[in-house]
Design a protein around this ligand. Structure first.
Ligand code: ADP
Ligand code: MG
Length: 439
């Protein structure tokens, strides 16, 4: 079955699901849906890899709903894990839409709000749980969750779930589940080093891959500017606001601190309604910010990578990498927030001298050169702040050291000679600079 000729009717789904698909206006299945849905219905373990915005959620939700059919018993029969609260809610909403003609009961578990109501919902009985791993384990500890009937285990953004930060929790979750179950992993990127972890969960997964994992969505026009520093980036941003048609723009930064900085600069210098989200914001604030952005009330959202993955906001016209991500897969996820579901999108990256290294790595990953645009003459070039300059120099030293372990830092070699790049990062983490010297 090729995608051109494929129709949802080719899948062994039921009337309730076909009707929901019609209501959503989906005309034909996407390629990943064509490849994954029959395999999942046949009971295989599946690793599904496809570009962002290509309907991976429905690729696992439809066959799941088909298999579960209707509300049954008290204990959940399927568990879907996703990395962020926002993504959990989004998958939950997809299940509600696609399952609207079924009576299946879905419960959503995530942190940031009290666990009481969520625990009660589980206690009342459900068929599907969608959860972040931390809150799932909390609810389990509270004693209300009986996981032994869970026969389908799904990881969305699977590579993120299997990275070092989450893997310990995922292992604990797995210990609670029955040995025999169907395992489904979905993501836009699935690096080889992560794939080996997948074999902790499953022996013979079928890997279905729609495009090479690193191919960035074709509908996204990518470009970059070389910009000397933070303040000049702000000027460039202001210029773009005045000269580009930003109908809905998502601005990515690396740290919470810079998220707040960029946010307040936009408010002050560009006087644009803007929202900011990062992991330190209260849950209600995060949800409100996303909802306002989704509804079009505000057209600018500044974010760290917590939202880079999976969040489906229709018609994001521009993604701006105010800072280049140093986890290179995140570039693919970030820009994948635009150009979704066959809309055209634009991704612009601001590259400072210490980012050049990272952007080269990203180009290797996506196997594509990103178009360089000259900084418009109107943009006032600002001086680099001393602290920023120092950070950049240190970062560039670190990069040189990564490429050549014999490299001895140009400036501060005596002080850091004995530390490898990693150890140095760790040692210097967030410590104030004068403390660094004593090391
Ligand atoms: P991914 O997880 O692959 O990044 P999503 O599952 O979030 O993508 O889907 C992206 C968008 O595409 C959603 O708005 C979804 O409703 C829509 N979509 C999913 N399947 C189809 C389809 N077959 N036809 C049209 N739109 C679809
Ligand atoms: Mg997704």
């Amino acid at each position: 079955m090729s995608q051109d000729t494929a129709s949802f009717q080719d899948f062994k789904l039921n009337k309730q699901l076909f009707n929901a698909i019609d209501d959503l206006g989906y005309q034909k299945p996407s390629e990943i849906q064509v490849k994954a849905i029959p395999r999942i219905l046949n009971g295989h373990d599946v690793i599904g890899i496809a570009q962002t915005g290509t309907g991976k959620t429905a690729a696992f939700v439809l066959p799941l709903l088909m298999k579960l059919k209707y509300a049954q018993g008290h204990d959940p029969r399927a568990l879907i894990i996703a990395p962020t609260r926002e993504l959990v809610m989004q998958v939950y909403e997809n299940i509600l839409e696609l399952g609207k003609y079924t009576d299946l009961r879905t419960v959503c578990l995530y942190g940031g709000i009290g666990p009481k109501k969520q625990a009660q919902e589980v206690a009342e009985g459900c068929d599907i749980i969608v959860a972040t791993p931390g809150r799932l384990l909390d609810i389990y500890s509270a004693g209300v969750l009986q996981p032994k009937q869970i026969k389908t285990f799904i990881l969305d953004e699977a590579d993120r779930m299997m990275d070092m930060g989450f893997m310990p929790q995922i292992r604990r979750v797995l210990e609670l589940l029955p040995m025999k179950k169907q395992n489904l992993f979905f993501s836009a990127t699935f690096p080889e080093k992560v794939e080996k972890y997948a074999y902790e969960f499953t022996d013979f997964p079928e890997k279905v891959e729609v495009t090479p994992e690193t191919m960035t969505a074709e509908l996204i026009e990518q470009s970059l500017y070389h910009v000397p520093n933070f303040l000049t980036k702000i000027n460039l941003l202001k210029y773009l606001f005045e000269n580009e048609d930003f109908s809905r723009v998502l601005i990515f930064v690396r740290t919470r601190k810079n998220a707040n900085n960029v946010y307040s600069f936009i408010e002050r210098k560009i006087s644009e309604e803007v929202r900011v989200i990062h992991a330190n914001k209260a849950q209600s604030t995060r949800i409100n910010a996303i909802n306002e952005f989704k509804s079009g009330n505000v057209r600018v959202l500044v974010s760290t990578d917590v939202t880079a993955r999976g969040i489906d906001v229709e018609e994001v016209s521009h993604v701006i990498n105010f800072e280049v991500p140093n986890k290179y897969e995140d570039y693919v996820h970030r820009i994948g927030r635009t150009g979704r579901a066959e809309h055209h999108g634009i991704a612009i990256s601001f590259v400072d001298p210490s980012d050049v290294y990272h952007i080269n790595k990203i180009e290797e990953l996506i196997q594509k050169k990103i178009k360089v645009i000259d900084l418009p003459k109107e943009i006032e070039l600002m001086d680099t702040l001393p602290s920023e300059k120092k950070d950049m120099e240190q970062e560039i030293d670190r990069q040189k050291h990564l490429e050549n372990p014999d490299f001895q830092g140009a400036f501060h070699e005596k002080k850091k000679k004995n530390l490898s790049g990693k150890a140095r990062d760790k040692a210097f983490g967030n410590k104030p600079k004068d403390k660094r010297r004593k090391k």
